[in-house]
Design a protein around this ligand. Structure first.
Ligand code: GLN
Length: 456
């Protein structure tokens, strides 16, 4: 049963919201110790909310568009009364005093928040190993990293601990773990979803988005969370589509999709082979395949990390030990400290104009190039992550860790929408197909993912 079918069964009373919550609590109780996806649970409130929804249904009252569906939320998004630690010791005692805009919307539509999910500390990572609360297991490849930084969000979906999870994606943090765990992850166009209530990693790149086991879950979540927010100046006021309108589609007639040689060149051969099979299915579905080229692949990681360091440094200045928890530099892990130190160095007066401004220039070059690649095609398709996830605990240099992100940072730098869906497996480990589109063409990605899913 997919997510939309479950929703309909709840609305007609075939399944109760309470049963839905209880069945997830059972799976979480059985497996969370091993998987370490959830950092904190909200069982009592979730059951209370489920009861209220069931009563409304029994009394024939109208319920919201997510009635009784169970959500997990990444621990860098504010949820009232839960510990929003961002998986850092810095905030281990910080209790959310309000609901982030996305959380507010989910609850208003009768979605149920079951708990907060593990992640890399302050979302700075690609493996979820930097969490102060220990690494998350990859349920699809036990012993390996789930990817990151939204590793808990992807693992909770792969381990069937909730219907939909919410993650954040600054340079791939939704798509990378979705790829490694074999689930679907979606990063909307920058500004389509309000970031109000998200703890910033790099505010000009951060975007909140959903993960689920099937496209209907992604579409339902988007229908709720994609919205203009007058309190958040980067949100877009646009005529948003009904994302569920394409989930039954099985034809890509009139759609032009492109592969990019430079994306293939940086990716392991076996991953390319598996991803190609998925691309062929899109072609079988009626899409026309063309080739595009991208001249700036080598520029992407340096540009991304430079911007990330500077913006993260500035975002962390509020963790000075006065208002929230501990002074960050005193308790954080190595990767967070590295970013703070380099960010501070770059931000110093004598360096201004030398690095950050250059990075912003490089960013517009990349953005222009990507937009012109997308001018005559609907989607760019290719691998999500260029290599397989490593074994938990294996020592990687920072550069090796950053190399995971080469294909995902592009969408954040360009502000475009991008999704990842399972293409297949290599050595029994899932690998993802990434689909990228023009700004506000999010629906085209949902459509192509639906076709892929429906023809499987
Ligand atoms: N891995 C990237 C980084 O460490 C992306 C993180 C993210 O998207 N939150 O910055």
């Amino acid at each position: 049963m997919n997510v939309i079918e479950k929703l309909n069964s709840i609305k007609t009373g075939e399944i109760t919201a309470k049963e839905n919550v209880e069945s997830f609590i059972k799976v979480i109780d059985e497996n969370n110790e091993e998987i370490n996806a959830f950092l904190e649970l909200n069982k009592e409130n979730a059951l209370k909310q489920a009861k209220a929804i069931d009563e409304k249904i029994a009394n024939g009252k109208k319920v919201g568009s997510l009635a009784g569906l169970v959500f997990g939320v990444k621990a860098n998004i504010n949820v009232e009364d839960l510990i929003v630690s961002a998986a850092s010791k810095t905030l281990e005692n910080y209790i959310g005093s309000y609901n982030a805009s996305v959380v507010e919307k989910i609850i208003a539509e009768d979605g149920i928040i079951i708990g907060l999910l593990n992640m890399d500390e302050f979302a700075a990572g690609s493996s979820t190993e930097t969490s102060y609360f220990g690494p998350t297991q990859n349920p699809a490849a036990i012993g390996r990293i789930p990817g990151g930084s939204s590793g808990g969000s992807a693992a909770a979906i792969a381990a069937k601990m909730c219907d939909i999870s919410i993650g954040s994606d600054t340079g791939g943090s939704i798509r990378n773990p979705a790829s490694h765990c074999g689930v679907i992850g979606f990063k909307p166009t920058y500004g389509a979803v309000s970031r109000q209530g998200l703890l910033d990693l790099s505010m000009s790149l951060d975007q909140i988005g959903p993960l689920a086991n099937d496209v209907s879950g992604i579409a339902l979540a988007l229908n709720t969370i994609v919205d203009y927010d007058e309190t958040e100046c980067t949100t877009l006021n646009w005529d948003k589509p009904d994302f569920t309108s394409v989930i039954e589609d099985n034809s890509l007639e009139n759609m032009k999709i492109a592969i990019c040689k430079e994306f293939i060149d940086v990716t392991d051969d076996e991953i390319n082979k598996t991803v190609n099979k998925a691309i062929n299915k899109l072609v079988d579905g009626g899409a026309e395949l063309v080739e595009v080229s991208f001249d700036y692949i080598d520029l992407c990681l340096p540009t991304y990390y430079l911007i990330n360091y500077v913006e993260f440094f500035s975002a962390t200045r509020k963790y000075d030990g006065r208002d929230y928890g501990y002074r960050i530099e005193e308790v954080c892990g190595d990767e967070v400290l590295r970013r703070i130190k380099i960010g501070s160095h770059i931000a110093q007066a004598e360096f201004s104009g030398k690095y950050y401004k250059q990075a912003l220039k490089a960013r517009s070059v990349i953005r222009n190039e990507i937009n012109s690649m997308l001018e005559n095609v609907d989607l760019i398709v290719g691998p999500t992550v260029p290599k397989l996830p490593h074994k938990i605990g294996e020592k990687l240099t920072p550069m090796e860790m950053y190399a995971y992100d080469i294909l995902t940072v592009i969408a954040n730098l360009a502000g475009i929408p991008a999704g990842s869906i399972k293409a297949g497996e290599v050595d029994n480990i899932p690998v993802g197909l990434q689909l990228q589109a023009k700004p506000l063409d999010d629906l085209k990605i949902i459509k192509a993912m639906s076709v892929l899913q429906n023809t499987q």
